[in-house]
Ligand binder design. Sequence first.
Ligand code: AHM
Ligand code: MG
Length: 342
Amino acid sequence: MKRISLTRYLVEQQREHGRIPAQLRMLIEVVARACKHIAIAVNKGALGDVLGSAHSENVQGEIQKKLDVISNEVLIEANEWGGHLAAMASEEMDSIHLVPNRYPQGEYLLLFDPLDGSSNIDVNVSIGTIFSVLRKVGHTHGVAEDDFLQPGKHQAAAGYCVYGPQTTLVLTLGDGVAMFTLDRETGSWVLTATDVRIPEDTQEFSINMSNQRHWAAPVQRYIGECLAGATGPRGKDFNMRWVGSMVADVHRILSRGGVFLYPWDAREPEKPGKLRLMYEANPMSFIVEQAGGLASTGVERIMDIVPGKLHERVAVVIGSKNEVLRVAACHAAGDADASSAA
Ligand code: AHM
Ligand code: MG
């Protein structure tokens, strides 16, 4: 089998489609290299003294794990000096991180969740890094938080790396989805799938069932119909899978189909959802849509949302096209019921 490295893939994509500017290629390679470093740290586990709490809180009020902090530092240090970025934003940092003056400033903005699935770190279950790339628009010299507040449909690239039994990098540059597997012996990312497609139909859903009593009526209805199985309105049995790391749950959907939901719930009614729009929902939506799936809040396409702030949260329904449409139909039917009752 001919082995195609990430570098060769990017060069050939540029040659064939002419759509990967040098700075973007550099950015992808630097992020991929940083992910290798994170993979090594994750792999060492207790031997590397990287497990457990960092005894600090992030801007969302969540306790940070040591590996959250380490992964954030690895990504910042790797990306600061190359001249490809104007600034970065991370789930683990209060505000944006500007490229220091001593380095040249590039055209791109990088956003990331350095280590998604924090609750799974210490129990040796798959976790990952999620990233999103935007172009710096506007002609001002400096960079401000406002420059990041672009809808997901403007992403230039997005990807994630899952640290599981294999270390896999999944990437879209807006022209389909490719997967690379880390060859630990040679240290290189090897292309292992192109034109990844998500089946339109599925019999597998993914949701934290322990929150069921807090969900709104449309989600209750959708999951209720799935649980009713072959004798219910869906006329088929459903299976359920929930890793608790979005990155791993979405990776399963990319590999064999399914639908993942993290809906609004009544535990914190003022928040639209748990997951973050810019570090989690947007990059995953770009990847899933590029693979033929859909990503919605239940009422609107995630990538159409104009963010109001960096750490904005959002309800997420993502995966196989016909299931996401069905969840949206449950929301639309809920609205119709409410207006006919009024
Ligand atoms: P994190 O970025 O702090 O790890 O939080 C995001 C994670 C997702 O990966 C996962 O889908 C979700 O939180 C699970 O949350 P919970 O266990 O609270 O339902
Ligand atoms: Mg996360």
